[in-house]
Write a protein that binds this ligand. Structure first.
Ligand code: SF4
Length: 290
């Protein structure tokens, strides 16, 4: 179950906008999955992604403020945001008033953003920035999280970055929404082959435990079928049988409006029912987040 201490109606929970004050790359959110304050680093200000998920909330109609990733600026912004959190100033922002007590504790620094973080050519250098500031600000309990669609987990710079994360409380939250190539194409609309996603998940999960994040939804009114959910469970079982370690599965649904009006959310009960099936068929820990 998700943390009852963080109500879903808080503005800081509902509004996961990546624009905050005059920051370009760094943004604060209160995340139920992080159980508190997460400082996001948007590595894709150009809004480029190798998936085109039907439920994606990124506003690609508005032109990006910048298309380049300036790591010096990322470093400066991250240092400022850490200071804002630690000083308590962040909690005075109207967006965070309800969550003020949570904003002094930085639960994680998360690579996420308006696209896929592993698409940057220098992912390892990005991780180094987070590691440097985590260390210099004595954030010994703060995790470094990568939220990824898994397509780039086999790239050399990404693998170096993951190894660096491993040494500094890293956490990988990898997307898997489908059990078959067909449904993968329907939901994630990527040109990347589904078996590459699966082999990347296996490669990564053999080296450290990972979290699987799965969004379940209705497409034109139809929720994921029992057959597809069974295939999805089969894929999870293949990952564990192949030596991959899955720490837990995060099952969630659409929380905010999406550009595709026919992609709609499941009810809490529908989500719980699917989580139960996954638990029964895989034996994995499954947490539900609305
Ligand atoms: S992987 Fe994330 S950013 Fe990319 S299309 Fe899907 S939801 Fe959007």
């Amino acid at each position: 179950m998700s943390d009852p201490a963080i109500p879903v109606h808080w503005q800081s929970v509902r509004d996961h906008s990546r624009s905050f004050w005059d920051f370009t790359y760094v943004y604060p959110v209160v995340s139920r999955r992080s159980r508190g304050l997460s400082i996001g680093i948007n590595l894709n200000p150009d809004k480029v992604c190798n998936f085109d998920c039907v439920y994606c909330e990124v506003d690609r109609l508005t032109p990006p403020r910048t298309r380049t990733l300036n790591l010096l600026q990322v470093r400066a912004e991250l240092a400022s945001m850490i200071r804002l959190a630690q000083s308590g100033e962040l909690g005075h922002d109207p967006k965070f008033i309800e969550a003020a007590p949570l904003t002094r504790i930085i639960r994680d620094i998360a690579f996420s953003g308006d696209g896929e973080p592993t698409m940057v050519p220098n992912f390892d250098e990005c991780v180094q920035v987070a590691v440097d500031l985590k260390t210099s600000h004595q954030l010994s309990d703060t995790r470094i999280v990568l939220i990824t669609d898994a397509a780039g987990l086999d790239k050399a710079s990404v693998r170096r970055g993951l190894a660096l994360m491993d040494a500094h409380q890293g956490d990988i939250w990898a997307k898997l929404d489908a059990g078959t190539e067909d449904y993968f194409r329907q939901v994630n609309r990527s040109h990347i082959r589904f078996d590459r996603i699966l082999s990347n998940l296996l490669l990564t999960a053999r080296e450290r435990p990972i979290v699987i994040q799965s969004l379940f939804l209705r497409i034109h009114g139809e929720p994921i079928s029992d057959i597809e959910l069974g295939a999805y469970c089969d894929r999870l079982n293949e990952l564990t049988a192949g030596g991959g370690r899955i720490r837990e599965v995060h099952a969630y649904t659409i929380a905010r409006p999406t550009p595709e009006p026919w992609a709609t959310r499941l009810s809490r009960e529908e989500l719980e029912a699917r989580a139960l099936v996954i638990r029964q068929r895989t034996g994995l820990k499954v947490e539900v987040f609305e």
